[in-house]
Design a protein around this ligand. Structure first.
Ligand SMILES: NC(=O)c1ccc[n+]([C@@H]2O[C@H](COP(=O)([O-])OP(=O)(O)OC[C@H]3O[C@@H](n4cnc5c(N)ncnc54)[C@H](O)[C@@H]3O)[C@@H](O)[C@H]2O)c1
Length: 364
């Protein structure tokens, strides 16, 4: 039996989901919803003419029978379809960040708990081969007790999106929610602790300064440093710069423990590299005592790599989500609580930028 997925939101990420689902056996996207004709038609072209297409997701939900749903709408448009879908009892994969505010996350948490429906938040960086390897190393005890974790993301500016929703904090939650939620999620996972407080400094200095939408200037940060303290004494750091598309690595993650350090180096998507250039993700483990360094590549199969812009993570996330849909996995590997914590940290970090003070993180 082929499982049927319904997709709500057919923009860049929705189309990446379609391309990755197409690489899996036993599942297909059978219904699409998006009010934007261009995006809906582009998605239909990827899936094939048999797919049910709808402008309004409510019509899709009523008229199509699906085994699972994917929500890939703008950040401020996750909650509405999520609350609606919870009534149908089928597993849901909702894009990150779960919502734009902690209050909205709490509403999602409460409704999902009452419904018992499994909801998976798309923190797909957990499944990116170099980061999955970093997680494995730390979990195996290769670095000893992890004490510090840092991410440097130096990359290209935010891309243009449908109706420019990503230019405004009100619609995204702000850069430290929208972009950095992946990092907060990985920190909680790897450091195995919840955050206590955050201090952040950031501003919009280079990008979007000459842009205006309906007379409004974008207000999203394009660079920031953020420090997070965790309950178990570990600490995290994010160094974000979104006017650094010339960087060799787009992201570098480091975890340092008492005995060693592990680094994961992630290149930009191939479409952002000079013509024909290929860069393979790397993992490096450096030991303190004997100063030995192990360096190895974590290549991604080209077919998987080219089905998206996220170093294979969308595919591996879908492999696991499919196990949930089939009933082979008891619960989502990334829970609503995980997704809510990531928003809680990002929201507190945005407040810290505005106030110049460290901000206590309120649990979801
Ligand atoms: N996991 C990741 O690493 C990753 C990467 C990129 C984007 N995202 C997330 O994916 C989501 C979508 O981002 P995107 O880059 O595809 O944006 P996008 O603007 O390219 O696409 C969003 C689509 O949603 C549609 N939409 C808006 N309201 C809708 C509604 N009521 N019903 C159905 N469709 C609606 C828009 O018309 C648009 O086609 C965002 O939450 C974003 O943060 C996640």
């Amino acid at each position: 039996m082929t499982l049927r997925y319904g997709l709500i939101g057919c923009g860049m990420m929705g189309q990446e989901h379609i391309q990755n689902v197409a690489l899996l056996e036993g599942v297909e996207v059978t219904a699409l919803a998006d009010p934007n004709d261009e995006m809906r038609q582009a998605a239909q072209t990827l899936v094939g003419s048999d797919v049910g297409t709808y402008r309004d997701f409510n019509d899709m939900i009523e008229q199509e029978s699906c085994d699972a749903y994917i929500i890939a709408t703008p950040n401020d448009m996750h909650l509405e379809p999520l609350l609606r879908l919870l009534k149908y009892g089928k597993p849901i994969l909702v894009e990150k960040p779960l919502c734009t505010t902690l209050n909205d996350c709490r509403q999602a948490l409460k409704a999902a708990e009452e419904s018992g429906v499994p909801v998976w938040v798309a923190m797909e960086y957990r499944f990116m081969p170099p980061l999955a390897e970093l997680i494995r190393c730390v979990t195996n005890g290769d670095v000893g007790q992890p004490i510090m974790m840092s991410f440097r993301e130096h990359r290209f500016p935010f891309l243009n999106k449908v109706k420019n929703w990503n230019r405004f904090s009100q619609r995204t939650g702000g850069t430290l929610v929208e972009k950095c939620c992946h990092f907060w999620d990985l920190m909680r996972l790897v450091l195995n602790s919840n955050p206590l407080r955050v201090f952040a400094s950031g501003s919009i200095d280079v990008n979007h300064l000459s842009e205006q939408y309906d007379g409004q200037m974008p207000d999203i940060l394009d660079n920031a440093y953020v420090i997070v303290d965790f309950e178990n004494g570990a600490r995290g750091l994010v160094d974000l710069c979104m006017f650094a598309e010339g960087s060799y690595w787009q992201e570098t993650a480091s975890v340092t423990g008492a005995s060693a350090r592990v680094d994961a180096m992630i290149p930009p998507p191939e479409s952002f590299l000079p013509d024909g250039e290929k860069r393979v993700p790397l993992v490096e483990i450096s030991h303190r005592e004997d100063r030995e360094i192990f360096r190895y590549e974590t290549p991604v199969d080209p077919e998987i790599l080219h089905a998206g812009d996220h170093c294979g993570s969308t595919f591996y996330q879908h492999v696991n989500f499919l196990d949930l849909v089939k009933g082979d996995l008891a619960k989502p590997l990334v829970s609503l609580s995980d997704g809510s914590w990531a928003v809680a940290i990002g929201e507190a970090a945005e407040t810290s930028v505005k106030t110049g003070q460290s901000v206590a993180i309120v649990p979801p």
